[in-house]
Design a protein around this ligand. Sequence first.
Ligand code: FAD
Length: 406
Amino acid sequence: MTDKNVLIIGGGVAGLSAALELARLNIAVDLVEKGDFPGGHAIRFACKATDKCVKCGACAAEEKLRDALQHPNIRLLAGSHVQKVAKNGRFSAVIQKKAGYIDPQKCSGCAICFEKCPSGAILRGFSKSHSPFYALCEEKCLYVKDKSCGLCQEACPEAAIDLEVSGELLHCEADAVIAATGFSAFNPESKPYGYKVFRNVITNLELELMLRLESRAIRPSDNTEPKKIAFIQCVGSRDAKLGHLWCSKVCCGSALRMARLIKMRQPQSEITFFYMDVQTFGKDFQQFYEVIQKEIRMIRSIPGDIFKVGNDCLRVIFLNPATHETLEDIFDLAVLSVGITPSDETKSLAELLHIETDDSGFFSRSLSQNGIFTAGTARGPMSIAETIADAGNTVYETVKYLAAEQ
Ligand SMILES: Cc1cc2nc3c(=O)[nH]c(=O)nc-3n(C[C@H](O)[C@H](O)[C@H](O)COP(=O)(O)OP(=O)(O)OC[C@H]3O[C@@H](n4cnc5c(N)ncnc54)[C@H](O)[C@@H]3O)c2cc1C
């Protein structure tokens, strides 16, 4: 099908996996990613292997990204937004692409621009092994503001930076469209846990990135290693008050794997896991769970409040699950396991593409709607492995559609 072209919106694991499978079938792909760096949420995850692989999937995300970036049939349009899609036989789309100041083909990732920039305008990507390594933040750049600086361009040994380039409006023709725009993590600021108020309350996604970049858990308030760490599960999931009745499926497994990794790397740490019930899947999990119960204090109770006490520590209030009496404990760091919610843009994209959403706000479960397909967590909570499998199903349906349209 060399003459076929598919437009994929969203460059996370779902979009990358679908792009790769199509590209390997000789179908050309335009992959539109709104962010500066492709890879979605999963490219920020740490490998959680302890003495052996715990199948967290983080390396699968890396692998998809590396292979997609190298494939000649995939054109990645990072920093881009689809503005219009019309169907008149084929699909035609208008895409706004922001200026690409740093050429990913030339950039070697040497970090000189990052070090020279006086205003923090050079953003570092999440993958250490694949370009794009850096991007430029227009809001912070002094050249974009008033041309008063050009240090990054002058210093780049590869001549990869051009501060004069501007954004462009692209027109793209496609035979099918795949929406793979992923999820938004629940924002826990409305919960009584002091997120964004107390410095040592962080989310599980922030802990993922911390473990990826720093290889250990640290207290943001003073950069020291926390001794007592609380994990609080189901923040924003299975919550009737919010109307979020679904289980996010991945948070228990992810939090337990991170807890175990911290315990191995920081053996002095004492970890308490507050949960409703442990939702994890996979044939090796029972074994893993038996080991973890010996290392981690498991409390079947979701805390009501967190208060700040001396030295930026946190007083966590919870019910004793057996007696229902109120208990409290002091922690150095609290990690909120925020769940998967429909992406902020799911609704507007559904309107743009004329596709349906379900009662929860995710794309409807039917894979195809008139040549427009959906994939990954935009359709509901999924692990990385499930997302890859889901993208495979979507590609199968897309290829069937393309063959029938010939
Ligand atoms: C806290 C947490 C921990 C997790 N840990 C694990 C784990 O340990 N193991 C595991 O298997 N899974 C884990 N998951 C699940 C994992 O994150 C998902 O399976 C995976 O990220 C899904 O990929 P995706 O492509 O569907 O979505 P995303 O990762 O959300 O990617 C979507 C992409 O689409 C882009 N996008 C969105 N809207 C637009 C638009 N309008 N135009 C262009 N681009 C757009 C986004 O910028 C993003 O790059 C975890 C999830 C959470 C919340």
